[in-house]
Design a protein around this ligand. Structure first.
Ligand code: 5GP
Length: 195
């Protein structure tokens, strides 16, 4: 079963991009500056909370048991074990409803596996893939975060390659070379799909 979204209606915006593509900053800017009201869907995850992250704002931090229970109750639109490290991530259907209730667009910042599942259910979702300017810059950004172990960095770099291979499944690809230009470009795409 699919659900229609689109012009004059509720819309789902999916943004994906490999770790190190500069996604987080772009997401923050879009939420502030987008021509439509974007309601960020807060994902659920079983990965440990990082310093500075806020429950129910950064993520809903769940135990694996809670996550599985809620998944089995059909509470998720999609789930994915993003980095193959045993940690689960997922978009709760209630977050889509929250965006609808707030009369905004649901804004999903999720990985490629998750995005492909969302497209199956919402074929008209607006999907954007954020390309890092180069693999070198991507790796540099990953290392500069200073929060991850070498093993984690290597796992994330492998994932970067997997994600890049699926970029053409998105409606749009935007190269994040210059932050202002990237934000302007995405805002123009959003504006085009607003009417
Ligand atoms: P983090 O660095 O926060 O551990 O992981 C972020 C990665 O998980 C990013 O690639 C992000 O797009 C993905 N992610 C975050 N939330 C979700 C979700 O709800 N579903 C899916 N499929 N991926 C998610």
């Amino acid at each position: 079963m699919t659900e229609r979204v689109g012009p004059n209606n509720f819309q789902i915006l999916v943004l994906s991009g490999p770790s190190g593509s500069g996604k987080t900053t772009v997401v923050e800017r879009l939420i502030r500056e987008s021509p439509v009201k974007l309601v960020k869907a807060v994902s659920a995850t079983t990965r440990p909370q990082r310093k500075g992250e806020i429950e129910a704002e950064s993520y809903y931090f769940l135990t694996t048991d809670e996550f599985v229970k809620r998944r089995d109750h059909g509470e998720f639109l999609e789930t994915a074990e993003v980095f193959g490290a045993g940690y689960w991530y997922g978009t709760l259907k209630s977050e889509i409803q929250r965006a609808k209730d707030l009369q905004g667009w649901a804004f999903l910042e999720i990985d490629v596996q998750g995005a492909l599942k969302v497209i199956e259910f919402y074929p008209d979702a607006l999907t954007i893939f954020l390309q890092p300017p180069s693999l070198e810059i991507c790796e540099q950004r990953l290392r500069n975060r200073g929060t991850d172990s070498e093993e984690t960095i290597q796992r994330r770099l492998r994932k970067v390659h997997e994600e890049l291979a699926l970029a053409d499944r998105y409606c749009y690809q935007v190269v994040n070379d210059d932050l202002n230009q990237t934000v302007n470009e995405i805002n123009a795409i959003i504006a085009k799909h607003r009417v």
